[in-house]
Design a protein around this ligand. Structure first.
Ligand code: PCA
Length: 209
């Protein structure tokens, strides 16, 4: 089977009843399908290792052209495609299985970082005049989102059977900053931009700190 895009979102964590990443992904998929994009979604547990295994299973089963993993970044005020995943686990709070790894690699012996293979600048540009602010983020943190992001980029970079599949990660704000329908619409635009952009556009998107 081959599809255009596989989106993932996360289960609730840290005492919350819902996770905006899954709410938005769940709404984005039918909207993409309506627009002719063959899209599927998978919900991931907030658990180191297990989450990325779940995503890997879905990637192998569905053979998407693009993988866009989505997570909640409470406190952010923009929808933020992540530039780079780092090979570290450092949990501020236990994951949903009670694990609290500190200063452990995601993949032992693998490179310190791996870049997104999504056109992050084009994705931000696609939202320029939209209702949701967007910006490139330079860090996905060191918790389960970065764990999934790093494991995904490592998988896509090292398994020849998955050659050509592009992937990356997008953090979304909490619903009190941007509601889930607006986040879902933003995700739709970002996915369409990623599908239609092979080489990223050259736009400034850096930061001084
Ligand atoms: N956000 C967390 C993990 C799950 C989620 O939605 C993170 O940013 O690592």
């Amino acid at each position: 089977m081959t599809i255009d895009v596989l989106l993932s979102g996360f289960a609730p964590f840290d005492g919350a009843a819902t996770n905006e990443s899954w709410e938005a992904v769940r709404e984005a998929v039918p909207a993409l399908v309506e627009r002719g994009v063959d899209a599927e979604a998978v919900e991931l547990p907030v658990e180191f290792g297990t989450a990325s295994e779940r995503l890997e299973e879905a990637v192998r089963g569905l053979r998407p052209r693009l993988v866009v993993a989505v997570g909640l970044a409470a406190g952010r005020t923009a929808i933020t495609p992540e530039r780079v995943a780092i090979n570290i686990r450092d949990a501020r709070i236990p994951d949903n299985a009670g694990a609290s790894p500190v200063d452990e690699p995601v993949v032992p012996g693998a490179p310190v970082g791996r870049f997104s293979t999504l056109p992050v600048k084009a994705m931000v540009a696609a939202l320029a005049a939209g209702e949701v602010p967007a910006a490139v983020s330079q860090t996905a943190g060191t918790y389960v989102c970065n764990d999934v992001f790093y494991a995904l980029q490592h998988l896509l970079a090292t398994d020849p059977a998955l050659e050509g599949i592009r992937g990356g990660f997008v953090h979304v704000p909490s619903a009190d900053v941007v509601d889930s329908p607006a986040t879902a619409r933003a995700l739709v635009r970002m996915v369409e931009a990623a599908l239609s952009t092979e080489a990223d556009v050259r736009l400034a998107g850096g930061a001084e700190h």
